[in-house]
Design a protein around this ligand. Structure first.
Ligand code: THU
Length: 132
């Protein structure tokens, strides 16, 4: 399926507006594209107990998975930082498990036209998986 990158990155930028980040003030949005063309967005949610914070990528993934979506072809992540936000280790693990074939796009919210592309395999080689 052909990826409409502009639309996917715009969806991540839109999802970012839902960020609940009173502590870091660092708003992150993510948008997952399913094989059937659906887009599911998510944003980071922070806790006063900082370690409970959940990244935008995982919020989007958990929303999609618990809505029965299983096949992901791409994910876009947007935040206001140079070059776009690289997914953290925890998100890379979850992507390796549930979206291993997804293309990963990152962009700076101040420059949505400049998008960097990665594979999940490149971000997390030799990932730990139990279910093949
Ligand atoms: N964060 C994400 O949502 N995704 C990333 O890829 C990196 C970090 C969030 C977690 C926290 O709310 C804030 O950014 C600062 O670390």
């Amino acid at each position: 399926m052909k990826i409409n990158l502009k639309k996917l990155v715009a969806a991540a930028a839109q999802a970012r507006l839902g960020s609940v980040s009173p502590y870091s003030k660092f708003k992150v949005g993510a948008a997952l594209l399913t094989q059937s063309g659906e887009i599911i967005g998510g944003a980071n949610v922070e806790s006063a107990s900082y370690g409970l914070t959940c990244c935008a990528e995982r919020v989007a993934l958990f929303k999609a998975l618990t809505d029965g979506r299983k096949k992901f072809v791409a994910v876009a992540v947007v935040a206001r930082c140079e070059g776009g936000p690289m997914p953290c280790g925890a998100c890379r693990q979850l992507l390796a498990e549930y979206a291993p074939k997804a293309a990963v796009f990152v962009a700076d919210s101040a420059d949505l036209k400049t998008v960097r592309k990665f594979t999940v395999k490149k971000l997390l080689p030799s990932a730990f998986v139990l279910v093949p």
